[in-house]
Design a protein around this ligand. Structure first.
Ligand SMILES: Cc1cc2nc3c(=O)[nH]c(=O)nc-3n(C[C@H](O)[C@H](O)[C@H](O)COP(=O)(O)O)c2cc1C
Length: 354
């Protein structure tokens, strides 16, 4: 339990514009991490060891990508009790993202809409921040999430991913290839059969060289959207296996507004996250599990606002989960609650998957 209950911080943060609140939180964490003041937000770690893609996770609850795009607070976030932390999305070159405002709260729905557009400081700064962190040395699993610059034509996307892969490879426990943000023009078209085959084939080939060079096989996960039908999920599942990918992260935010119709901000363009995403994301996880078989690692993300929601992801077929919007609405206690619930589930006889 942290010293500073989130119930005290939340009204203050929710009084600010969402992106200002976010920036303030990141800055404070970056300043406090590694100092004695970190006890203000530290949580004890729930030990629930699990092996996935050859990696030893200390528990099944991770931080989803996008909260710490530049990897500035890996240690501060890790200290909240996450078994794994994924930072990024990073692009080869720094870019400002879309014009502000570009992040909106939908409190009645426990949801957010964002159209940030991969605002980040670029690969070099990202790697430097990653190198400075000590989370991995303390047993945490660090995922580095890679993407493409907005200015790079989609036809040249592969070269951006390869540049990022080379840069992050020595510093990552796993790499996530993000092809599912709705806020970079045409990015999601990379999920189609032909484009995906081309991209993943090139990544797999480059990884072979990198594995030889660094004498280490770094698992590669692919992050997909929730706005896919069963046939599209099956096509992606086949491509993941064909190209020897090590896991899948499901899902990113949704472009659907079905679940938030009529609410203030619901018509803002961008990706919707939080509670309204749970069902769609769990459906994709279940479809992935049936297409991929029992052993293929699936990280479930989307709409976890409670320990029960985390359990629902494991029951849908995920091996581990990630959280973003739930952390904004519920605070770090959600990490502990979810990790404890998943540990209890793992200990149930004949537990877990549906
Ligand atoms: C403000 C914001 C920014 C995000 N940025 C990224 C990103 O850069 N890369 C990425 O892979 N996912 C990004 N995501 C998606 C989250 O990682 C996650 O997949 C999604 O929000 C669903 O989980 P949640 O309902 O727990 O938030 C972002 C989400 C939010 C809310």
């Amino acid at each position: 339990m942290s010293l500073l209950p989130y119930s005290l911080a939340r009204p203050f943060l929710f009084g600010l514009d969402p992106e200002t609140a976010h920036e303030l939180t990141i800055q404070s964490l970056a300043r406090l991490q590694g100092t004695p003041l970190k006890w203000a937000y530290c949580n004890s770690l729930v030990e629930d060891p699990v092996e996935l893609a050859g990696l030893a996770f200390r528990n099944r609850v991770g931080l989803a990508a996008g909260l710490d795009k530049n990897g500035r607070c890996i240690d501060g976030l890790g200290a909240m009790g996450f078994g794994f932390v994924e930072v990024g999305t990073v692009t080869p070159r720094a870019q400002p993202g879309n014009p502000k405002p570009r992040m909106f709260r939908l409190p009645q729905a426990n949801a957010l809409i964002n159209r940030l557009g991969f605002n980040n400081d670029g690969l070099e700064a990202f790697i430097a921040n990653g190198k400075r962190s000590t989370f991995r040395q303390k047993g945490g699993i660090l995922g580095l999430n890679i993407g493409k610059n907005a200015a790079t034509p989609i036809a040249n996307a592969t070269s951006d991913y390869l540049v990022c892969l080379e840069g992050v490879y020595p510093h990552a426990d796993y790499v996530t290839v993000n092809i599912s943000s709705p806020n970079t023009s045409n990015l999601r078209s990379l999920q189609g059969d032909e484009a995906l085959g081309g991209l993943l084939g090139a990544i797999a080939q480059r990884r072979e060289g990198l594995a030889r060079q660094h004498r280490r096989h770094v698992p590669i996960f692919v992050k997909i959207a929730p706005d896919l039908d069963q046939a599209q999920v099956a096509v992606i599942a086949a491509a993941l296996k064909r190209n020897a990918m090590d896991g899948v992260v499901a899902t990113n935010t949704t472009i659907s507004r079905e679940a938030v119709k009529g609410l203030p901000h619901s018509e803002e363009a961008g990706g919707l996250s939080g509670a309204p995403l749970l069902e769609a994301s769990n459906r994709v996880i279940a479809e992935l599990r049936s297409a991929l078989g029992r052993r293929f690692p699936i990280i479930g993300v989307g709409g976890i606002m409670s320990a029960e929601d985390a359990v629902s992801k494991i029951r849908a077929g995920a091996d581990a989960v990630q959280i973003y919007t739930g952390l904004i609405y519920r605070g770090p206690q959600l990490v502990t609650d979810a990790a404890q619930a998943l540990r209890a589930l793992a200990r149930e006889p004949r537990a877990q998957k549906a």
